[in-house]
Ligand binder design. Sequence first.
Ligand SMILES: Nc1ncnc2c1ncn2[C@@H]1O[C@H](COP(=O)(O)OP(=O)(O)O)[C@@H](O)[C@H]1O
Ligand SMILES: [Mg+2]
Length: 405
Amino acid sequence: MRASSAVSAAPPAAKKPDREGVLAVLQDQPTLDRVQGIIRELQLEDELTLEPTLDAALRRIREGGSPRVLILDLSDSTAPIAELSAARSVGGGDLKILALGTVNDVGLFRDLLSAGASDYLVKPISREALAIGLEKRNTGSGGGGPGAGLGQVVAFIGSRGGVGTTTAAVACAWLLAEKHKENTVLLDLDLHFGTVALNLDTDPGGGLCEALEQPSRIDALFVDRATVKVSDTLRILASEAAVAETLMIDAGAIDVLLYELRRKFAWVVIDLPRWVTPTQRVVLGAASRVVILCERSLAGLRDSIRLQTLMREHAPQTQVLLIDAGASGERATVGKSEFEKAVGKSLDASLSHDSKSAGAATNAGQPLPVAAPRSPVVREIEQLITTLAGSAETQKRKMFGFSRW
Ligand SMILES: Nc1ncnc2c1ncn2[C@@H]1O[C@H](COP(=O)(O)OP(=O)(O)O)[C@@H](O)[C@H]1O
Ligand SMILES: [Mg+2]
């Protein structure tokens, strides 16, 4: 079994003592009528607030709203698990989340509970089920804390190409796995041109593209088969799709894939292409941290700002870290303070320009900490991991002897 205390996405969802009201994202009138009816019948004195989308509901919570219950109709969602995870991270561990849907399936029920739902009700919802879900005394029913036992997703994204995103993602995954002894998977979502496998001198493996086109193939067994072992604690999942191949990737497939990976690994590190697709949105929705490698050029500044806006709008639950990318070298023409002023915050870390170490790593197909263990850039990446993991959390996981393989 997974240790439910093992991992927590735990962004600063502050404890709010007086939760009240029901916030709902619904899709049909009969369900709305039923919810209103039950609130009246049970005399809950809860104000019902409706929002048209999950994004709007989460915005309301971020702006200080503190509902007791969130009802989330996922019937039309292409990424129900990522949406639930996002709701759980933003809402905090003590928010009751009632997920609604049309599929009556025990597997889905279990998956939604692990992803953070307090309960899953199948439409048309019965009076009794909804009454139990909305009752005030019934607060401890499942759900658990944020992410309830699932691994953390960290996405690396470059504000431009060639800024060292893959190098940093590989180094981070390697350090998490080898130095911190955490089970880690590194997922390369640039399915055509990704270089994660090259950078680790391994085969990209097979099956990822087909699975992303046919989500029904994705289960625990698939994860065992399709990930390529780098070490006892590090695996990668990548592909090398033919350049001419157009892939029809289903956002729901990424949702299921991330869920399966999070069940198995304490860390899911993702090398994420920066063009935005429905797939990227699902990843951002599931990520507890997004690391943006910023190039201090004019184009890099423009795109860092645009990525920040994207995160604010589509990944409000995530902690965004802006990193001064070392690889930019001479392209870093904008001064650091000017850059920070323009992005509206200070850079969270800086990676040094070190073409000797980076070149040695790239040529040898080794992670930076192996190729150049004593280089300053490795120390800086280690520092970044401390920020990512938070030492207390790592300590906690160690205590529970986290082992998933
Ligand atoms: N800190 C650094 N200093 C100098 N060169 C770097 C650094 N990090 C990476 N590089 C080099 O920059 C190039 C692009 O790196 P890569 O990680 O593939 O970038 P991206 O994924 O952003 O396209 C590689 O040749 C790599 O060796
Ligand atoms: Mg890359």
